[in-house]
Structures are given as structure tokens and as C-alpha cells.
Design a protein around this ligand. Structure first.
Ligand code: HEC
Ligand SMILES: [Cu+2]
Length: 339
């Protein structure tokens, strides 16, 4: 009788004790033994609370271990901008961790990069790095967006092809292409065409539309056909991106953009029906011929205004954003990827 009770108590101790011991090890002992601070972050779909904690602070120079776990579905965990950290999938009940030291003050974003729910793209948290020697956090000014403000460019202006004319005054019907402009064909044509000097300046192209380039090219080559001129413009707008840049942009695009904009840029991603405004169609050259690279850049970094286009300025570096812009041109203008 007595023995039986003892056995029962021991069994109970084992049943309760082991989980508590494991939990205790993870929660208290491991952080206490670890030379670095361990921060546990629990991921849940945004409607179930998102990341907990959603924001935290570390000191510059401090080494911290971030441990991500999921309580509902599989999430993908990445950290940016400029950290190059993508922890991949975190399945429910599993843990992925990373140990790092931030050498400078700044604000970083940890975010989910797989489509875990319709609200997936709201799934973000803030990691603030304090530098005790410098009280103010580094300001996040973006010279490209500031220049657009100074120029008076409205990056939210409606420039869909259903409008009568594009913001730069080009009548839209002029931009309906019978044949898709092709950077590939343009590359072979470009040697025999008179290319106005502006068109060879990357900064000029960045702040002008392909439609403006097309007009310049046609006036410098009176005998060229519109289709051929469009091919040459397609070549000029895509020639500077290296295959490596496009390959890394493709990874970012597939994870962060394709669910709305479609993998080929056709605007028909899985989430496309759920956005307030339809996602832009990058594979439509008529749409893209009236876009400017710096405006695309600004839009990606700042996001839309109540359109469901998320802001990515806290996720990606300026370089990563330009790579994405180049990738959009590649989708629009038939630049072979990886060549
Ligand atoms: C949740 C859906 C969603 C995701 C994810 C998304 N977008 Fe968008 N995007 C939109 C919608 C909707 C619009 C159209 C409304 C607007 O311009 O604000 C848009 C517009 C844009 C525009 C403006 C283009 C134009 O012609 O006006 C750019 C550039 C853009 N997205 C790039 C991206 C990139 C790059 C990514 C990934 C890093 C991305 N988007 C992810 C929904 C999304
Ligand atoms: Cu997600």
C-alpha cells in the first residue's frame, strides 16, 4: 500500500518533473549559464498576436542569441536590413536561433518571409540597437526619396494604362506594343543605332521613364521603327544589372513580393484578390514604360498609401532595393535572367 503510493509519487514527479526540467533549462538555466543574453521570440500569425515580444532593445557591442519558435504554423524568419540573415522555416514546436553582435546603433526588423496567413505581411518586429555613447539613433534618411520630394514627384500618382496619358505626358496609346519590347533583341540592335548621350547615363535613366527614352531615341534615329526603338530602350534599361544581382533579387522577390505581384510579375499572386488595390503588373511593358526607377525604388521602400503595398524600407538595404528595381525591369523588358 505504502509502496504503491511511493511509486505513484515518483511517477508523478517524473511526469511533471521532466517537462519542468526541460523548460527550466531552456528558460532559466540556459540563459543563466550562457555568456550571451538569450532572447526568446515566439512567432504566431498576425491575427494571433504576431511576434512576442514585438519589439526589444539590445546594446551596441552586446552579443545576443535570438531564439525563434512558432506556436501555430510554419513561419519563415529573416532579419534586415543589411544583415543577410534568413533562418529559414520555423516549424511549430521547433526553434531556430542566431547569435550576433551589433557594432552600431540602428533599427532592424525581424520579419516572416513565408505566406503564413492573409495578414502575413504585417508580421514584423523591431529590434533597436542602442549605442550608449551616442544618444540619438542614426536617422534613416533616404536621399533618393528626398530628391523626389524636392522635384515634386508624387510617387502615388495614378499611372495605370487605363488613364488618358502618363504623368510624363506620353499618350498611352503610343505605348501599346504589338510585340513585347525585348532587351535581347535590343542588345543586337544597339550597335547600329545612334544612342543620344543622356541614354547612356545611368543616373539619367534612373530618373526618367523608358517612354521618355523612347522619344529621344526616335528623334535621334528618324528611320527606326517604334518596335526596334523600344527593343533598344529595353536593352538600355536592363543592361547594367549583373546576373548575380538579379539572382539575389529573385530570391527576395519570390519570398516577399510574388504572393501579390505574381512570380512572373503578372499581378496574379495568391494574395492578389485580397489587396485593397490590385497589385501592379510588372510584366506589362506598357505599364512599366511610364515608370521611373527612382519612383519604383521609393515605392518599395515607403510602401503604398492605404493600398496594401507594404513598406520594405526597414527590411532591405538601398542596394537590395535597387536590385529589386532591376529585377522588375528584367521582368518587364524580357531581359534573360542569369545571362
Ligand atoms: C500584400 C501585397 C503586396 C506585396 C507583398 C507586395 N506588393 Fe507591391 N504593390 C501591391 C499593391 C496592391 C500595389 C498597387 C498599389 C500601390 O501602388 O500602392 C503595389 C505596387 C507596387 C509598386 C508600384 C508599381 C507601380 O507601377 O505603381 C512597386 C514598385 C511594388 N509594388 C513593388 C513591390 C516589391 C518589390 C515587393 C516585394 C519586396 C512588393 N511590391 C510586395 C501589393 C503588394
Ligand atoms: Cu508569414
Amino acid at each position: 500500500m505504502r509502496r504503491e503510493r511511493l511509486a505513484r509519487i515518483i511517477l508523478l514527479l517524473i511526469l511533471i518533473g521532466i517537462p519542468i526540467a526541460i523548460l527550466g533549462f531552456q528558460r532559466w538555466l540556459r540563459p543563466a549559464l550562457s555568456p550571451t543574453r538569450v532572447i526568446d521570440i515566439v512567432a504566431a500569425a498576425p491575427e494571433a498576436g504576431g511576434f512576442q515580444p514585438g519589439a526589444f532593445k539590445v546594446e551596441a557591442g552586446e552579443t545576443v542569441t535570438l531564439r525563434f519558435s512558432s506556436v501555430d504554423v510554419t513561419h519563415g524568419i529573416a532579419l534586415g536590413p543589411g544583415l543577410g540573415i534568413d533562418l529559414g522555416y520555423v516549424d511549430p514546436g521547433h526553434v531556430k536561433e542566431v547569435t550576433l553582435t551589433f557594432d552600431r546603433a540602428g533599427t532592424y526588423t525581424f520579419y516572416c518571409n513565408i505566406w503564413c496567413s492573409p495578414n502575413h505581411w504585417r508580421m514584423r518586429g523591431i529590434l533597436e540597437v542602442n549605442d550608449p555613447s551616442r544618444i540619438l539613433p542614426t536617422p534613416q534618411r533616404d536621399p533618393v526619396i528626398e530628391a523626389l520630394n524636392v522635384e515634386g514627384v508624387n510617387i502615388d500618382a495614378d499611372h495605370t494604362t487605363s488613364g488618358m496619358s502618363s504623368p510624363d505626358g506620353t499618350p498611352v496609346q503610343q505605348l501599346m506594343f504589338a510585340v513585347r519590347p525585348s532587351a535581347l533583341r535590343g542588345a543586337t540592335l544597339s550597335g547600329s543605332v545612334n544612342i543620344p548621350s543622356d541614354l547612356n547615363v545611368p543616373l539619367w535613366r534612373r530618373s526618367h521613364t523608358p517612354a521618355q527614352g523612347l522619344a529621344l531615341l526616335i528623334s535621334a534615329n528618324p528611320t527606326i521603327s517604334k518596335a526596334e526603338a523600344a527593343d533598344v530602350v529595353a536593352y538600355l534599361w536592363t543592361k547594367d544589372a549583373s546576373p548575380a544581382t538579379l539572382a539575389s533579387a529573385a530570391l527576395l522577390y519570390d519570398k516577399n513580393c510574388a504572393a501579390c505581384h505574381g512570380q512572373t510579375g503578372d499581378g496574379k499572386g495568391l494574395m492578389a484578390g485580397l489587396t485593397i488595390k490590385p497589385p501592379a503588373v510588372f510584366s506589362d511593358p506598357a505599364h512599366m514604360f511610364i515608370m521611373r526607377s527612382d519612383v519604383l525604388y521609393a515605392k518599395i521602400r515607403r510602401g503604398g498609401m492605404g493600398t496594401d503595398m507594404p513598406n520594405f524600407g526597414t527590411l532591405f538595404t538601398p542596394e537590395e532595393t535597387w536590385a529589386l528595381v532591376n529585377y522588375l525591369w528584367a521582368l518587364a523588358l524580357d531581359r534573360q535572367l542569369g545571362k
